[in-house]
Design a protein. Structure first.
Length: 374
């Protein structure tokens, strides 16, 4: 299944230039059954990207609408049935409208007026539409919301803004060569890969079973504390929902387990206001770096350098000093492994054990070199 998703991702990347992050975000949101917001000027391809993705999912219902201050509930949720009204039944004909859609694209979503907003919030969050007072479960998987600008404060749109777990700013093409490629329609004539609705649902089920290791959860807890120190307070619900984003990100990359680097995508999720974006990204980036890999790389680099120095000079004093340093580095690996064993994934634990053994081997080589050279 991941091969099909990679084909879709590659196809969209070729068709929509400089939209790699947004394409990943939309696919992740769809796999996680979450919602994504695209903020950017008109003409940046927001609606085209969403429409193209919907075409790729065979059997899916797609609803797209441009909202204005004067939009009516009938436009989004369907007109009232006149025949039912004669019987005193206040029911809408939802055929081909949002309550029947698997994927929805709502342009200028923050123009939604109060007549639409409450029903919209219920559909997006609870996947329920009240028709004639009766709750109907809707098949909605993901809403792609779009706007030319962020909502102003005190407009009563905070709840709607919060419904979008992923938020991206979409800019015009920056690179001159990419702009030329876009003008020449490069990547436009490749046949689009297809995925059935059943296959998508199977992928979503697989995403639910992706493992979130303890070290990732612990990193999120630390991120939460660091964000709190900066006055940034994402809700507990948002943190909980973010796990599905991490699972989908891992699955999209063909893995059955989340790794620390996946956390980077949450720079598009864990902020509340625009002025918090940069601080949030900085904090998340620190934790998204794989500390185990960095420590192993740095330790082996130092040990190899120490060994090279002994090759150049096998004096007893240098050998003794080098041996001591290598033993200390190995002990640091052992201490880290023991201290963090409960919070370290099996994969990382195996990496640390392998590093420990490699350093031990180099230590023996240093001793052998010294015996040969003395």
């Amino acid at each position: 299944m991941t091969n099909i998703l990679r084909d879709i991702q590659n196809y969209l990347n070729n068709k929509f230039i400089e939209r790699e992050a947004e394409i990943e975000g939309i696919l992740v949101a769809l796999l996680a059954r979450q919602h994504i917001l695209l903020i950017g000027e008109a003409g940046t391809g927001k609606s085209a990207l969403s429409t193209e993705l919907a075409k790729i999912i065979d059997g899916s219902n797609y609803f797209q609408w441009l909202l204005t201050r004067f939009s009516t509930p009938e436009e989004v949720f369907g007109a009232l049935s006149l025949k039912d009204l004669e019987q005193g039944v206040y029911a809408r004909n939802v055929a081909n409208k949002m309550p029947e859609a698997h994927i929805s694209f709502l342009d200028e979503i923050f123009k939604a007026n109060s007549a639409i907003l409450n029903a919209l919030l219920t559909i997006i969050n609870e996947r329920i539409f009240y028709n004639n007072g009766k709750p109907i479960q809707v098949p909605l998987m993901s809403v792609v919301g779009a706007s030319n600008e962020y909502p102003e404060e005190n407009e009563g749109l905070e709840a709607l803004f919060d419904r979008f777990l992923l938020r991206y700013e979409v800019e015009y093409i920056q690179d001159a060569q990419n702009f030329v490629a876009m003008m020449q329609n490069k990547g436009q004539f490749v046949n689009a890969p297809k995925m059935t609705l059943d296959e998508l649902e199977m992928a979503q089920f697989a995403v639910d079973n992706v493992v979130v290791p303890t070290n990732v959860v612990m990193a999120l807890a630390s991120i939460r504390e660091d964000l709190k120190t900066e006055g940034i307070r994402p809700s507990d619900r948002r943190f909980k929902q973010s796990l599905s984003i991490l699972q989908a990100k891992a699955y999209l990359e063909g893995r059955t387990s989340v790794q620390l680097s996946d956390i980077q995508i949450l720079e598009n999720s864990l902020w509340q206001t625009v002025d918090q974006k940069d601080k949030t990204k900085k904090i998340i980036t620190l934790y998204a770096q794989d500390k185990v890999d960095m420590m192993i790389k740095e330790s082996l680099s130092i040990v190899e350098e120490l060994k090279d120095n002994v090759l150049k000079n096998t004096s007893t004093e240098l050998v003794l000093e080098t041996t001591k340093k290598i033993k200390e580095i190995r002990q640091n690996i052992i201490d880290y492994r023991n201290k963090h064993r409960s919070a370290t994934s099996n994969e990382d634990d195996q990496k640390l054990e392998s590093c420990e053994n490699t350093i031990q081997t180099i230590l023996r080589e240093v001793v052998d070199l010294s015996l040969t050279g003395i």
